[in-house]
Design a binder for this molecule. Structure first.
Ligand SMILES: Nc1nc2c(ncn2[C@@H]2O[C@H](COP(=O)(O)OP(=O)(O)O)[C@@H](O)[C@H]2O)c(=O)[nH]1
Ligand SMILES: Nc1ncnc2c1ncn2[C@@H]1O[C@H](COP(=O)(O)OP(=O)(O)O)[C@@H](O)[C@H]1O
Length: 223
């Protein structure tokens, strides 16, 4: 595939992927495009179907929402929310490059979600779980793999509880998945970089420093 190298962000639910990502997309507007996944999970307050961050200018034009309001909506994520039937149909038709079951719901990256971003010559960002990482490694996408990790299980649990997006059941499932994720991410060669998200500023600076070369390539191509 041509164009800038995509970036896969992974790591336990609650580790801070969306927080870092939103910041990056805000600082480098017009450089990144988010690959909007499909999921069968329920919508959180503030979430809307298929409202990708890369659609932000369009969205703002349509609704006149201030940028700060949209980006500070910390818990809302960008997905195509679908039924299991619809998702399975897409998988059967070969429309997904990867899909996985996480915390009782289906998640997946459609080929078109990546193509939409790459067609604009933007750095395509994918936020996927560890199963997604393993499956993307079997494709020809060739992204930079970055894992965002919490400083400890205790801090992760606190962040997830404070976020107030989960039921006790989904929280426990996320913590269980986090234990597995934290083990697997230690395996050598899985990730190009593992960032411990303790201090947010430090974690953000690390993320930026590993991506700066690709960012500058996109910026140069525009000028
Ligand atoms: N394999 C895979 N995982 C995904 C995809 N989209 C999101 N995920 C992962 O699914 C998990 C749950 O995401 P979500 O329901 O948004 O909850 P949150 O991460 O706790 O905010 C996270 O680990 C995401 O990285 C996808 O398309 N494929
Ligand atoms: N470095 C940090 N210190 C304290 N809280 C953080 C930090 N990074 C993220 N958070 C908070 O932790 C929660 C989980 O972060 P989030 O970005 O939603 O994680 P993920 O997208 O990986 O599931 C959010 O409420 C967020 O504001």
């Amino acid at each position: 595939m041509s164009g800038p190298r995509p970036v896969v962000l992974s790591g336990p639910s609650g580790a801070g992927k969306s927080t870092l990502l939103k910041r990056l997309m805000k600082e480098y507007e017009g450089v990144f495009g988010f690959s909007v996944s499909h999921t069968t999970r329920n919508l959180r307050p503030g979430e809307e179907n298929g409202k990708g961050l890369n659609c932000l200018p369009m969205l703002l034009g349509a609704t006149l929402l201030p940028v700060a309001d949209v980006l500070s909506s910390e818990t809302s994520k960008d997905y195509h929310f679908v039924t299991r039937e619809k998702m399975q149909e897409g998988i059967d038709k070969g429309e997904f490059i990867e899909n996985a079951e996480f915390s009782g719901n289906m998640y997946g990256t459609s080929k078109s979600s990546i193509e939409d971003v790459q067609a604009q010559n933007l750095i395509c960002i994918l936020d996927v779980d560890i199963q997604g990482v393993k499956n993307i490694k079997k494709t020809d996408l060739n992204p930079i793999y970055i894992s965002i990790q919490p400083p400890s299980m205790e801090i992760l649990e606190k962040r997830l509880r404070d976020r107030q997006t989960e039921t006790e059941d989904s929280l426990q499932k996320r913590l269980e998945a986090a234990r597995i994720d934290m083990e697997l991410s230690k395996e050598p060669g899985v990730f190009d970089l593992v960032i411990i998200n303790d201090d947010l500023e430090e974690a953000y600076e690390k993320l930026k420093s590993v991506l700066i070369e690709e960012i500058e390539k996109v910026q140069d191509a525009k000028n």
